[in-house]
Design a protein around this ligand. Structure first.
Ligand code: FES
Ligand SMILES: [Fe+2]
Length: 368
């Protein structure tokens, strides 16, 4: 009698080349990362007319700027004369002035003036405009997409906008108190996979597992539609929490939840309706940067949040950096054969079904 044993063979993790081959990264830069919603900045970081902030996604320099009509627009950070970059870092400007030959642009991107341009026969100033990219404001978080035909975020992440707003009252009034920036010597997918499973939490993250969540109740599930992985868990009892919370504040005050938006962003709600975020920037096949965002109403000072950010950086984040950098070195080992994923039919914290889903999206992005 023959059995179709292949039906029961465990599913294997992705081959190492997906994480180490510069050619795979090139495909992502021009495909996946140029066609998905990526975090740009928080709306309240550029609260005033003329406020701007530069950032980079899919290897492209961009900037977001608030217009006189209060609308936030996003442009490629390049002058339409001879390609000098327009802005660096953060700032405020009445108009955008190119540092090279002082062409000036309106906050809506149109060319306003340039030294001696009127002397050029046939020069049509109104035909010259900065190249704009798609933006969306998602509960105060500005996301950009280089694909002008991209489906809106509510199609990518159905229901998430409303659900988060239930967990974080007044979410639109938040502003970043702190960005914690961490370079990781690993492929961005190694970091995102590590973020998206808690199979490693009980042993590798003692503070998180004892001070915030109950690991035995942790579960990460793809939402029914779209590209979202939702983390759910029960929390430690109030007296074991590493910071004080007011459970009576609202319905979700005692809950933890997180929403990972493929491919590189996550909202996390800690007990006490504390919002924090993760976003990643892919540098090359072997390097990425992780940013932890911590928010308060209007960005007001909070010792509790500052302490939480420090504790998180010194424990969970530091622990994860050690893990993911070791994995990246391991993926380059000639002794590595892709191992089976631990897919427990009952899911739960000791299962890697969220990694399975991520790897399906990752494979599709590279193999088409
Ligand atoms: S490159 Fe910008 S004004 Fe010349
Ligand atoms: Fe971790």
């Amino acid at each position: 009698m023959t059995t179709s044993s292949s039906k029961y063979l465990p599913k294997r993790t992705l081959e190492a080349r997906y994480y180490t081959d510069p050619a795979a990264f090139e495909i992502e830069i021009n495909g996946l990362l140029a066609r998905t919603w990526q975090f740009a900045c928080h709306s309240n970081e550029i609260a005033n007319v003329g406020d701007y902030i530069a950032f980079k996604i899919a290897d492209q320099n961009l900037f977001a700027i608030r217009g006189r009509d209060e609308v936030v627009r996003c442009f490629y950070n390049v002058c339409q004369h001879r390609a000098h970059e327009l802005v660096r870092g953060k700032g405020n400007s009445r108009v955008v002035v190119c540092p090279y030959h002082q062409w000036t642009y309106e906050l809506t991107g149109g060319l306003r003036a340039g030294p001696n341009i009127k002397s050029v026969p046939g020069f049509n100033r109104t035909a010259i405009c900065l190249t704009e990219v798609r933006v969306e404001n998602f509960n105060g978080f500005i996301f950009a997409n280089l694909d002008i035909d991209a489906a809106p975020m509510d199609e990518w992440y159905p229901g998430v906008r409303t659900e988060i707003a239930e967990y974080i009252p007044d979410i639109e009034k938040l502003a970043p108190l702190e960005w914690v920036e961490c370079a990781e010597a690993c492929n961005w997918k190694v970091s995102v996979e590590n973020y998206s499973e808690c199979y490693h939490c009980p042993k590798c993250h003692p503070t998180f597992a004892q001070g915030v969540i109950k690991p035995e109740t942790y579960d990460i599930q793809p939402m029914a539609e779209g590209y979202v992985l939702r983390h759910l868990t029960e929390c430690q009892s109030l007296d074991q929490m590493s910071y004080p919370i007011d459970l009576s504040a609202n319905e979700h005050a005692g809950e933890y939840r997180s929403w990972f938006l493929w491919p590189m962003f996550s909202f996390q709600c800690y007990p006490g309706n504390v919002l924090n975020s993760y976003h990643w920037r892919a540098e090359d096949s072997d390097n990425c940067v992780v940013y932890r965002g911590w928010f308060t109403q209007g960005g007001e000072e909070s010792e509790t949040i500052r302490n939480l950010a420090v504790q998180d950086r010194e424990t969970t984040v530091a622990e994860d950096i050690t893990l993911v950098e070791s994995v990246q070195r391991g993926l380059k080992s000639k002794g590595y054969v892709p191992g089976p994923l631990v897919l427990d039919p009952d899911c739960g914290v000791m299962s890697e079904h969220s990694v399975e889903r991520l790897q399906q999206w990752m494979r599709e992005a590279i193999d088409g």
